[in-house]
Design a protein around this ligand. Structure first.
Ligand code: ADP
Ligand code: MG
Length: 353
């Protein structure tokens, strides 16, 4: 049974050149933390608001545990919502904030349950404080405890960590993820932060301009991006053209293995850590280091290669300097990219096939 099924949801707003949410479909499996990742304005919040019931879709539908909820108001959908700005009631103590949402719990049990929820999110001594007396990280935990108080089937979180400073953000993220997993809760995390999505979510959808370009595990979307947008949004990527013939392509980097197999003109992506630099001049495969950036755990280089600029990572044990000649090889197949409609360059008539 799916916890959530979003089917072909489209939402239009006057004044936009494309739908804010455009035929979006995905499913959330039991126990899963699912991510919606994409740049600001790509439709993440609108998608979440349609699921919660604050927004109606122009077409498409939403099922929670196989029940269509599109005609139900938010309070009858059994979802919890955590916003970026905590949105606690400023005039209520922490524990009263949590108790507020516990309509399903008999009133004599509410205080005890609220205290339990606060322990669960790691807050021990703040029950009777006012929200403004807490740090941002603590307030966000109260907001999560409050959302859990209604015993939701699904927790929706919209950029919940983005107002926290960096040190707190990492710790809060780890703890919230551990809590969701411990309790076996289903959640959807909306974020524009690719590292956050990759580390927090079991699977994620990458959105661009209202559409989902890829759904997969963090490893799948990072290692096998489907589109140029996904390749570039999830870290850095070298994009280049090639002429594919099955499992190999002829490219400016020479004859390279590719995946999946393709024929004709293709656009390829290669992660910087999949380019290998070696000392010495390499004839046809020779390039020149033009910039070097030390990043502690690794080094990033810009390499000029046959009139193009490539980006490469090496481990900290290898060091090259600007001006140095290097030989370039690859250690993973290049990934064949498609356009958002699933077509390769030659499918679009880019070249002979
Ligand atoms: P995200 O959360 O990914 O940043 P949103 O879902 O908030 O994106 O917005 C998607 C697009 O829809 C944006 O262009 C935004 O300006 C527009 N939008 C969102 N809500 C409204 C609204 N109520 N009225 C008009 N346009 C809106
Ligand atoms: Mg948003």
């Amino acid at each position: 049974m799916h916890v959530l099924e979003v089917k072909g949801v489209t939402r239009l707003f006057a004044g936009l050149t494309h739908p804010a949410v455009d035929s979006v479909s995905f499913r959330v499996e039991p126990g899963e933390i699912f991510g919606l990742l994409g740049p600001s304005g790509c439709g993440k919040t609108t998608t979440l608001r349609v699921i919660a019931g604050f927004e109606s879709p122009d077409s498409g539908t939403v099922l929670i545990r196989e029940r269509e909820v599109i005609s139900l108001p938010p309070e009858r959908r059994n979802v919890g919502f955590v916003f970026q700005d905590y949105a606690l009631f400023p005039h209520l103590s922490v524990i009263r904030n949590v108790m507020f949402a516990m309509k399903g719990t008999p009133s004599r049990l509410r205080e005890k349950r609220a205290a339990e929820l606060l322990r669960m999110v790691g807050l021990t001594t703040v029950d009777h404080r006012m929200p403004h007396e807490l740090s941002g990280g603590q307030q966000q935990r109260v907001a999560i405890a409050r959302a859990l108080g209604a015993d939701p089937q699904l927790l929706l979180m919209d950029e919940p960590f983005s107002n926290l400073d960096v040190a707190l953000r990492d710790a809060t993220r780890r703890e919230v993820r551990a809590l969701l997993k411990e309790q076996g809760l289903n959640a959807i995390l909306v974020t524009h932060d690719q590292e956050e999505a990759l580390s927090f979510c079991d699977r994620l959808a990458v959105m661009n301009a209202g559409r989902i370009e890829q759904v997969g595990t963090p490893e799948e979307v990072y290692h096998y991006p489907r589109t140029a947008f996904v390749a570039q949004f999830l870290g850095r990527a070298n994009l280049f053209e090639g002429e594919a013939d099955g499992g190999v392509a002829h490219t400016t980097l020479g004859r390279l293995p590719i995946r999946p197999e393709a024929h004709g003109q293709v656009l390829l992506s290669l992660r910087p850590e999949h380019l290998v630099l070696a000392e010495g001049s390499g004839g046809e495969h020779e390039g020149e280091v033009v910039a070097r950036e030390f990043r502690g755990h690794d080094l990033t280089y810009r390499v000029r290669y046959h009139d193009r600029s490539l980006i490469a990572h090496t481990e900290y044990t290898h060091s090259f300097y600007p001006g140095q000649r290097v030989r370039l090889t690859t250690r993973e197949p290049a990934v064949v990219l498609r356009d958002p409609n699933g077509r390769t360059a030659s499918d679009r008539g880019g070249a002979h096939g």
